[in-house]
Design a protein. Structure first.
Length: 174
């Protein structure tokens, strides 16, 4: 048995085509539901008969985009950025590339190129944890409070001391 990875849209399309094939749904209704032309519907039905469910999976899956920059062009851009704008952010570098080198591309595309080349770190990767997280208390309002200052807590009725107390029966805040 072969496992076929299908997107939700492809599964929905498969179910609709199977209903058309079993004559549970008319072609006109399926065309309207899927938003296809009638000729495309018949092409898909033929592919379903010939290849089964695997015939409905996109042929483009796993292939690079047609709009992708060539590797040589990407290396040219990254070479310029490494040489002259390595300490720039993607937005400023994109502006300088357009202004001084005539290379126009979006700052987001340049950001992705710079991240893949190791010239830029994403915000989440830059951010380091400053504080260790504290586990939640078992009850709302439960907290140990410590005041380490030497103070006359007993107002002359006892020795000066540092106070430590636990508030575990504090009523919930309203």
């Amino acid at each position: 048995m072969t496992v076929i990875a299908m997107s939700a849209a492809e599964i929905s399309r498969f179910e609709t085509l199977m209903r058309v094939q079993r004559r549970e749904r008319r072609v006109v209704d399926a065309v309207a539901r899927l938003g296809l032309q009638r000729s495309q519907m018949y092409r898909l039905l033929e592919r379903l008969r010939d290849e089964g469910a695997a015939g409905l999976v996109s042929r483009k899956r796993g292939q690079p985009s047609n709009r992708r920059f060539s590797d040589a062009y990407r290396e040219q851009i990254l070479g310029i950025v490494r040489e002259r704008y390595a300490d720039f952010g993607p937005t400023l570098a994109a502006e300088y590339l357009a202004e001084r080198h005539g290379i126009t591309l979006s700052h987001e595309t340049l950001r992705q190129l710079m991240i893949s080349a190791g010239l830029w770190k994403a915000k989440a990767a830059k951010r380091s944890r400053l504080h260790q997280t504290r586990n939640r208390r078992e009850r709302r309002g439960e907290l140990i409070q410590v005041d380490g200052s030497d103070h006359d807590w007993f107002e002359g009725r006892g020795p000066r001391c540092a106070a430590c107390w636990s508030i575990s029966t504090m009523p919930p805040a309203s």
